[in-house]
Write a new protein. Structure first.
Length: 229
């Protein structure tokens, strides 16, 4: 039975109507669905990095298996957690003004090879997308199908792409380049040992900021974290 009670004005309070209860329930459900859909939208499952839905035919329904495996992973690939791709490496590395200013002699290619670049290029070089998996899924079959979008094909030569593998602090001391003295906290946290990696600007598991950017580039904010322009 409803306990009438008293309102702040001293008047007897009325029981909530069925309509009011239903409105509150609908608002709560809508809020929960919004949170759930936002979380799903910012995950790899609904992104283009879910290769199961974008490049595959067959019966496999796993998502992570195209890059990772819990067992028998390739441990020879640097900075690759439980890597499951049989990488080929047709990519040619290069030198540039930024790299010359920011790297010790002879370490340019080494710093790139020890970054996450070979992992990204295992698909984005345009030549290695269909490399076999080291440890195929236990259930289902995997058959590569389709082709990479031209915009995602970086190619095997990196000399027309943003430099990676350079030490940010050393780049900053070059007199002919204009960089923020101390990069903002977001970029600074994403430098790996002070070195620029692909993941300094990109988040491969979250496409909330297209194309897989680590943060919004509205108004070139991501670029201006480092560059003075």
């Amino acid at each position: 039975m409803w306990d009438v009670g008293r309102s702040f004005s001293g008047e007897p309070s009325s029981p909530p109507s069925g309509g009011n209860i239903m409105k509150k329930v609908l608002v709560l459900v809508a809020a929960m669905l919004l949170v759930a859909s936002t979380a799903m939208a910012s995950s790899v499952v609904l992104s283009k990095h879910n290769l199961q839905s974008t490049f595959m035919t067959g019966t496999n329904d796993e998502v992570c298996v195209f890059c990772h495996t819990p067992h028998r992973a390739d441990i020879t690939v640097a900075n690759a957690p439980l890597w499951n791709r049989a990488n080929t490496d047709p990519t040619s590395y290069y030198n540039s003004l930024s790299l010359s200013a920011a790297s010790k002699p002879g370490l340019v290619s080494s710093s790139i090879l020890n970054s996450d670049a070979p992992l990204c290029l295992s698909c984005h070089d345009g030549a290695s997308l269909t490399d076999p998996l080291v440890n195929p899924p236990n259930q289902g079959t995997v058959t590569w199908a389709g082709a990479m979008n031209a915009n995602a094909n970086i190619g095997t030569a990196l000399n027309n792409d943003h430099p990676i593998g350079m030490i940010y602090a050393d780049v900053n001391t070059a007199k002919d380049l204009s960089f923020v003295d101390t990069p903002t906290s977001g970029i600074n946290a994403r430098l790996k040992g002070g070195v620029m990696w692909c993941s300094t600007c990109h988040n491969v598991h979250d496409d909330a900021y297209y194309p897989f950017l680590a943060t919004s580039n509205s108004g070139s904010d991501l670029c201006l974290d480092c560059h003075i322009k």
